[in-house]
Design a protein around this ligand. Sequence first.
Ligand code: HEC
Length: 196
Amino acid sequence: MRLSSIFFMATAITFLFFTSCNNAADSAKTAAASKPAGDDMVKRGEYLVSITGCNDCHSPKKPGAHGPELIPELLLSGYASATPVPRQDTALTKMGMASFAPDLTASSGPWGITYAANLTPDSTSGIGTWTEEQFKKALTQGKFMGQDGGRMLLPPMPWPNYSKMTDDDVKAIFAYLKSIKPVKNSIPEPVAPGKM
Ligand code: HEC
């Protein structure tokens, strides 16, 4: 082999070595960028909660200039006992219709009466003692309290919408919920359709 070909091959190998190292470093950087940690994870969770509708049902509201407004100190604390509960009228049920409390935290329909859960980190009435695994099962598989063998979550909790949520998004939402102000607020059991 001529000296110039050996030189050419050596240069090509060195070039390949450096470009593949750069690619590895780049993909490590991308992976790090897409996995938020700490405060960033909480911020991402807050953003996800704001666009996936959790507040619609889980946050008590007061009338405002442009319709129902969130009450910051009660954020995500679920159905509040002072909120009037819609009683399902038999004629409406027969027509397959549902009614909602004005702030959407309680509803009645062919599934009975349901009350939105307290998602704040209060240790007795909220998700303060929940593990991430429990939260994931509740949110993505519709299991009450994230427990296998328990009852399924009832409408209008739209858990099938969240069934394909990535682990990173579930983690971020859980981190955010654990970071908000705990509110002590026990939620009533659902009422079965025959007992309304
Ligand atoms: C359309 C209304 C609605 C929306 C939107 C909604 N939920 Fe719910 N959610 C409910 C209701 C009602 C229940 C209680 C259902 C029951 O008791 O069977 C519930 C139950 C839950 C539970 C189970 C609590 C337990 O004790 O097992 C979790 C966790 C939960 N929701 C999280 C969320 C999160 C997080 C979001 C947003 C990503 C969300 N929900 C969006 C209405 C809603």
